[in-house]
Design a protein. Sequence first.
Length: 483
Amino acid sequence: MKHRFNFNAAFRRIMFWQLATLALLLTSCSERTTSADNKSAAVADDSPEALLALGCRYKKGQGCARDVKLAEKYLKQAAELNNGKAWCELGELYEYTSLVQDNIEQAAACYQKAVEQECPEGYSNLASCYLNAYGVSYDAEKALALLHKGVEAGSYEAMHLLGSCYLEGKGVEPNRQEAEKWFAKSVAIAQTQAESGDDTALKNLGVWHLIGEGVPEDDMQSRSCFEKAHALGNLAATEYLATSYMYDETIPNWMEKTTNLLKELSDIGYPYAAMELFKLKAGDSLTCNNMNDVQREEFANLVKQLEERGSRKDPFAYMEQGFIFGEYLVDGRNLEKAEEYYRKAAEQGYQLAYYQLGMLARRNYPELAREYLEKAAASGCMDALGELCIADAWSLALINIKPNSYKTPEDQKKLEPFLTDCARHLKQREKYGRDTKLRNPWGNETDYPEATFEEWLKGWKEAADKAPLARRVMELFEQPPED
């Protein structure tokens, strides 16, 4: 599964395990060219294992030029001979290239076939689909059941994704200790496999170093893992590596390196890479008001491609369009258009779309923003919970500064549901771990630096010393009412 380009810091944290796939820099001509004798020998052995190996070679471009059509041919033959790994590889191929099927629902169907063959990788891939409404309807319960089966099958990827669910409260109560247990098990297996040159393990370690799950957060180590995995032909590592190089001026020729990687992905029909390549060439200052005719046509075609993918149950396509219209490129900003696309993603069942909807609505429609952020927080979005807590603190501050407001017992009673919600949000925040950092609601109006739960609690206690309403929140936090 995939990670998407250019999401904000919150999305980078909450979407890390949605893994990408695609592409590899072609090796030298002599290494790329497979002899006719070797090809004939490979095809002559029509066992599913041989067909799988040949399909993966064409998919990765290892020892031959990458050819996604030939990759599909051999992977499909292996899959039809009941090879579960081939179903996984085929599903991944369908996700990322428009040169073959480019069908998100078909990709999820392939992962289902892999699960039916009891392929360990299939469990985590299909679970990720269910957690992200990717080609299927959102279903955290089914995802967790699949992950537990994957763990039983020995899949370290299922172990890590299960740990992520416990960390973020996706379908389960947040439990950092349980999350760390699964992270430790998965990392131990991945490190052993990476030492033997397994490209998938290297890519996964790169992801985990990027966000500090089970291993120290280390951008340089993360990049090193991606580079090694990329050199071994891992498709997902290419996208991560492009993202790692992007706009990092400490890297010599970062623009050229990023462009080359994005072009590889774009050349095999990956619309996200094509859009990112367009934005990279256009520059941050480019808007529709100063595009030339060629740029306008290219941009319109890219938006159309994303729209088509979105209609085929790819909520990430709608999220990307929401980001584009909400941040830049289209007459500066077009928040109504951004909201339209985020809403489409939400309607497909993609829970994190509610976070973006909440952020768009928070200034002009605070009650609607709360409704959206509650939905996102309930699905395990820590950043949505953080924004709710910031809104709680601001609302309390505004109430307390109003003269002669909410002074009588009757007025205070009317506030009790709101104060209970404040305490509930704080209790949810505690479950994510006292060392976990989120934006501190007790910062100032322009800066909410990330802080631990203990620092949050200190702010609430200081407010409670001055304001009765904050004091009531602390009482409800320390002794929650019975349901």
